[in-house]
Design a binder for this molecule. Structure first.
Ligand SMILES: Nc1ncnc2c1ncn2[C@@H]1O[C@H](COP(=O)(O)OP(=O)(O)O)[C@@H](O)[C@H]1O
Ligand code: SF4
Ligand SMILES: [Mg+2]
Length: 321
C-alpha cells in the first residue's frame, strides 16, 4: 500500500451523494449514495486500474477527485494539499496538474475549434506558451506521434485513434502530474487500442505521470496497471498489485468479475454467475453491500459493514479475509 504522506494522491473516506429531487419544488427526497467511503492513495508514476461493473461510480469517483463534483465529506490530498480546503488562487495553480482523458474524443473535442486552438487554449489561459503558438502545438503533436502539419485541421478530419492522440496532447499540454483516463480505449478498434496504451506508457516514463486508469476491460487493465482497485456499488472492495489481483482475487466480487474475463493469465476458475441485479445506490443493502449477491454470504454480512483487512500489499473489505 502506498504511504498516504509520500503519495501524489491520497483519498480518505470520500463520500459523494447525488440528491434525488421530486415535485415542483424540487424537494430532496433521498440520495444516490454514489461514492460511499472510499480510501486509497497513489504514488508518483503509478498507474492504478479502476474496475467494476457499469454504474458502480468509477466516473463519479474520478470526477470528485478532479473537483468536478462536490463531496459530502472526506479528503482528497494532492501533493499533500487538501483540494477542498484550498483558496481559489492556490486551486488555480493546482488544477492544471490534474487532467482527464475521456472515452469519446469526438464528444470531448470542440468540433468548431481547429487543432491549434484546442491544444493551446489551456496554455494561453495559464500563460504557458513557449515561443509561438504554432511551434508549441507542433511539439505537442510530435509527442503523441502526429504530424505537426495538421494544426489547422478540425477534429472530424481525423480517425478515432488520432482524435484520442489529440485529446492526450491536450491533457499533457499543461504538464500535469496526474491524469484520469476514463475508458480511454473502449471506443477504439482493438488494433488501435494497443498503440494508445503504449503511448500512455511512454508518456508516463517521459513525464513521471500517474494515471487513474478506468476500464471495464480486465485484459487492458492487467496490462497497463501497476495496481488494481475493484469497486462495487460506490465502495472499494479490493486493492492490490495488478498481477496478484488478476491471478488470485480475494474478494468474492473480484472473483466473480475476473472469472467472467477471457484474457489470458486471468483467474482461471470456473465462471461464477452472480444471482440478482446490482442493488440501487439509492437504497444500498445494510452490512456488506454485496451480501444479496454473494455466494459466500454469512449472517454477519447482513448486519456489519466489513472493515479493511491489510495483508502485504493487498487490502480487502470482506468478513472472510
Ligand atoms: N448527475 C447525476 N445525478 C444523479 N445520479 C448520477 C449522476 N451521475 C451519475 N449518477 C449515478 O451515480 C452512479 C454511478 O455512476 P457512474 O459514476 O457514471 O458509474 P460508472 O462510471 O462506474 O459507470 C449511477 O447509479 C448513476 O446513475
Ligand atoms: S463480507 Fe460477506 S457478503 Fe460481503 S463479500 Fe465477504 S463474504 Fe460476501
Ligand atoms: Mg463511467
Amino acid at each position: 500500500m502506498s504511504n498516504l504522506y509520500s503519495s501524489i494522491l491520497a483519498v480518505r473516506d470520500l463520500k459523494m451523494y447525488f440528491p434525488v429531487r421530486r415535485g415542483v419544488m424540487s424537494r430532496t427526497v433521498g440520495y444516490v449514495y454514489a461514492v460511499d467511503g472510499v480510501t486509497f492513495s497513489m504514488d508518483k508514476k503509478e498507474i492504478l486500474g479502476l474496475v467494476g461493473e457499469s454504474g458502480c461510480s468509477k466516473t463519479t469517483l474520478a470526477r470528485t477527485i478532479l473537483m468536478l463534483e462536490k463531496p459530502v465529506s472526506g479528503q482528497v490530498l494532492f501533493d499533500g494539499k487538501d483540494l477542498f480546503k484550498l483558496r481559489r488562487r492556490e486551486l488555480a495553480g493546482l488544477r492544471k496538474r490534474l487532467q482527464i482523458i475521456f472515452q469519446d474524443p469526438t464528444a470531448s473535442l470542440n468540433p468548431r475549434m481547429n487543432i491549434l486552438d484546442i491544444l493551446t487554449e489551456g496554455l494561453l489561459q495559464y500563460g504557458m506558451v513557449e515561443g509561438d503558438r504554432e511551434t508549441h502545438a507542433r511539439k505537442l503533436l510530435a509527442e503523441v506521434g502526429l504530424d505537426g502539419d495538421v494544426i489547422y485541421r478540425y477534429p472530424h478530419e481525423f480517425s478515432g485513434g488520432q482524435r484520442q492522440r489529440i485529446s492526450i496532447a491536450r491533457a499533457i499540454s499543461l504538464r500535469p502530474d496526474f491524469i484520469v483516463c476514463d475508458e480511454p480505449v473502449s471506443a477504439l478498434d482493438v488494433s488501435v487500442q494497443a498503440q494508445i496504451i503504449n503511448l500512455l506508457l511512454d508518456l508516463r516514463e517521459r513525464y513521471d505521470l500517474s494515471y487513474l486508469f478506468i476500464s471495464h476491460d480486465l485484459s487492458v487493465v492487467g496490462y497497463i496497471a501497476d495496481r488494481i482497485a475493484v469497486m462495487y456499488l460506490g465502495r472499494m472492495v479490493e486493492v492490490g498489485p495488478a498481477g496478484d489481483v488478476v491471478e488470485d482475487p480475494l474478494h468474492p466480487y473480484s472473483q466473480a468479475l475476473l472469472s467472467a474475463a477471457t484474457a489470458p493469465g486471468v483467474y482461471r476458475k470456473k465462471r461464477i454467475i452472480l444471482s440478482g441485479e446490482t442493488p440501487s445506490p439509492v437504497a444500498p443493502p445494510p452490512g456488506c453491500v454485496f451480501h444479496p449477491r454473494c455466494p459466500k454470504s454469512m449472517p454477519v454480512c447482513r448486519k456489519e459493514v466489513p472493515r479493511e483487512t491489510v495483508s502485504g500489499k493487498r487490502r480487502v473489505w470482506c468478513h472472510l479475509c
